[in-house]
Design a protein around this ligand. Structure first.
Ligand code: ATP
Length: 237
């Protein structure tokens, strides 16, 4: 596998506050990677820096293209979809309309209905609710819609910020199963930021641990899950 995304010496700032301190990591094409860390460690900021939504220095290369001078919109057009924390669906539009909007920047209009059907196959509950306003969906359904809408861009890389946030454990399991399927079958490379370390490590093949804006550990998800420090700090046993 070749690296799809290379991050080197990434530093990010909110005014005078420095949130990332020389972060370095790679994402292999086709991988499902999790970035674990406590509250305030810099997980959200890392995803925002990749999308150029926060002031940063250092180098981020996606498939050989430098992202630093590009707008968020042009980064999306390169094939990077970002599902922010708190979902971000259009609450007054229907499920179907949200999916159509997800594809708004695509030129291959003819392929869109087929892709919507594929999303309904991944997320049958969205098909059942396709005429319902997004704002009336449950939290889990809204999270599924947010993921499906991001996938309507046909991204090469999907960045997910705490998809498990606020969801019941069974719903999280369902969602994570679908993410695994999307990674394997649709060949979407995934970076998922999580506080639910246990589930994230079951899902991912590679993991990074971030503490106060720096990567402090990396490896295969299985090895990270068996690491004593990780077990104590993030898994609670
Ligand atoms: P959480 O899991 O709580 O979302 P996180 O790992 O995603 O945490 P970030 O949100 O990336 O952490 O925050 C990293 C650091 O940057 C924290 O110290 C936070 O207080 C600071 N920070 C984040 N957003 C801002 C902001 N808009 N203004 C100032 N400081 C910020």
């Amino acid at each position: 596998m070749t690296a799809m995304l290379n991050v080197r010496d990434l530093r990010a700032y909110y005014g005078q506050v420095q949130a990332l301190h020389g972060l370095e990591f790679d994402l292999q094409e086709g991988s499902l990677t999790t970035l674990l860390g406590a509250n305030g460690a810099g997980k959200t900021t890392t995803l925002r820096a990749i999308c150029n939504m926060v002031r940063s220095t250092g180098s981020i290369e996606f498939q050989g293209t430098k992202l630093s001078s590009r707008s968020t919109e042009s980064i999306v057009r390169l094939g990077i979809a970002h599902v922010p924390q708190g979902r971000g669906t259009f609450t007054t539009l229907t499920v179907h309309e949200n999916l159509e909007l997800g594809a708004i920047s695509r030129k291959d209009r003819k392929a869109i209905p087929g892709d919507i059907e594929r999303m309904y196959a991944h997320f049958p509950v969205l098909k059942q609710r396709h005429t319902q306003q997004a704002g009336t969906l449950s939290g889990g359904e809204q999270q599924m819609l947010a993921v499906a809408r991001a996938l309507m861009l046909r991204p090469r890389l999907m960045l997910l910020d705490e998809p498990s946030f606020g969801l019941a454990p069974l719903v999280v399991r369902d969602l994570f199963k679908i993410l695994g399927k999307i990674n394997r079958e649709d060949k979407v490379t995934i970076l998922v930021v999580e506080q639910n370390a246990q589930l994230a490590l079951e899902l991912a093949d590679k993991a990074y641990v971030i503490e106060t804006g720096r990567i402090v550990m990396s490896g295969k998800a299985d090895d990270i899950a068996n690491n004593e420090d990780v077990r104590k700090s993030y898994l609670g046993y």
